[in-house]
Design a protein around this ligand. Structure first.
Ligand SMILES: Cc1ncc(COP(=O)(O)O)c(C=O)c1O
Length: 415
């Protein structure tokens, strides 16, 4: 019998020391940063690599023949290769740099959707989608005469797949677009199953991996999806850059999304022709330093290991659900800990989520309050908003304890 190597456990306290943001007090308290699902904090290693790029290698890319332009181009293309390796894409030209996951999904919705959807067609999303994977599809469906259909949720906040046949009977499914991990409830969705179903219907599958790629291995080949969208800022990278992965044959057949410099092959008065992948989809000056930072963030996360990150966050979710469960008058949303990522949504009875978040802030605890860009989900839950605490590789249990202490104070203030 093969002996399994012991799994590497993550040392959150050592990792935390890499993040300068934690060196300060907030309202005189240690910072309990529980809003990583909105955007993660940044390690020194990533910040230093961006500074190094700006200090030693900065120039516009692709256009110059001088040393700095060549260095900058190599840095940008090196970062693209890191993204390719991160998601195990078969070809580096399938990695398109975009501003964020939202832009990645809009690119697909506009460039693929406008030319491939029409009356009688269905676009299938879920009640669990972030607006970024809902509004573009709703809009493009409206523009093309296609219909939008929703996969509903169970009471535990998981996708209810029992009605898939009924959805398929409503029209010709052309697109299935879902997230892999819900930003509101932390639900881990059965994406492989949905990819297989989408392909059985002759549809493409668009995976919103904004909340999964920072926390677990996302392998586009294993997943079998057709497009995958990610944002760097949620995974220790800078804001302003993300990536779309798409299958070569689909990307090649698509019209460009943004038009202008760099994305062309030739421009004549009569006609402009498009450049090759990935440039066809990268009009204008690239997010060069941001891409370098993205690459550095990927190096950082990979050195720690996605298996270790995922396992650690499961532990944190279980711990948080246990501790929050001790509080009276608290409603918890979403599935049990073993079926969710490091995100916990809740409401305190009789207290508006914004008031909860404000009182917590006075105690150094940063959580999110609102609809989390998931209004269809809030409608389903029958609430206008929730509080959300979300964790990452630098989160320590003391921060969750600080949250629970803070919630006791909320209860006292509003008693
Ligand atoms: C599941 C999910 N999809 C998409 C997005 C959009 O990401 P971005 O704002 O980086 O475009 C988010 C951001 O919170 C998200 O959580």
């Amino acid at each position: 019998m093969a002996v399994q190597a012991p799994k590497k456990r993550l040392d959150a306290r050592a990792i935390r020391a890499d993040f300068p943001i934690f060196e300060q007090l907030i309202h005189g308290q240690p910072l309990a940063f529980l809003d990583s699902a909105a955007s993660s904090q940044k390690p020194r290693q990533m910040l230093e690599e961006m500074t190094e790029f700006y200090s030693t290698s900065y120039a516009n890319v692709h256009r110059g023949v001088y040393v700095l332009a060549e260095r900058a181009t190599a840095a940008l293309e090196g970062a693209r290769e890191k993204v390719r390796a991160l998601v195990n894409a078969p070809d580096v030209r399938e990695i398109i740099f975009v501003r964020n996951a939202t832009e990645a999904i809009n690119l697909v919705a506009y460039s693929w959707g406008l030319n491939n959807l029409g009356p009688g067609d269905l676009v299938v999303v879920t009640e669990l989608e972030h607006h970024s994977n809902f509004v573009p599809w709703q809009y493009i469906a409206g523009r093309t005469g296609a219909k939008l259909a929703m996969i509903p949720l169970t009471d535990e906040g998981e996708l209810d797949l029992s009605g898939l046949d009924a959805i398929a009977a409503q029209g010709q499914i052309k697109v299935v677009a879902t997230n892999q991990v819900s930003n509101s409830l932390g639900t881990i969705n059965p994406v492989e199953k949905l990819v297989a179903w989408a392909h059985d219907q002759g549809a493409i599958f668009v995976c919103d991996a904004a909340q999964s790629a920072p926390h677990m291995t996302v392998d586009v080949q294993a997943l079998g999806a057709d497009f995958v969208a990610i944002s760097a800022h949620k995974m220790c990278g800078p804001s302003g850059v993300g990536a779309l992965w798409g299958r070569t044959e689909l990307l090649r057949a698509m019209e460009p999304f943004l038009l202008g410099g760099h994305m062309i092959n030739s421009v004549r008065l009569e006609k402009t022709t498009w450049g090759e992948l990935p440039h066809k989809f990268e009009a204008g000056t690239a997010p060069m330093a941001e891409a370098v930072g993205f690459g550095a963030a990927i190096d950082y996360l990979q050195a720690i290991g996605f298996d270790a990150i995922e396992a650690y966050e499961h532990e944190l979710a279980a711990y948080a659900l246990g501790r929050l469960g001790e509080l009276d008058g608290l409603t918890l949303y979403g599935p049990p800990a073993d079926r969710r990522a490091g995100i916990v949504s809740f409401n305190v009875e009789g207290v508006h989520p914004h008031d909860v978040a404000q009182i917590l802030d006075m105690q150094g605890v940063a959580i999110r309050a609102g609809h989390h860009c998931c209004q269809p989900l809030m409608q389903k839950l029958g609430v206008a908003a929730t509080n959300r605490a979300s964790f990452y590789l630098y989160t320590v249990r003391e921060e969750i304890d600080q949250l629970v202490e803070g919630l006791h104070t909320v209860r006292k203030v509003f008693a």
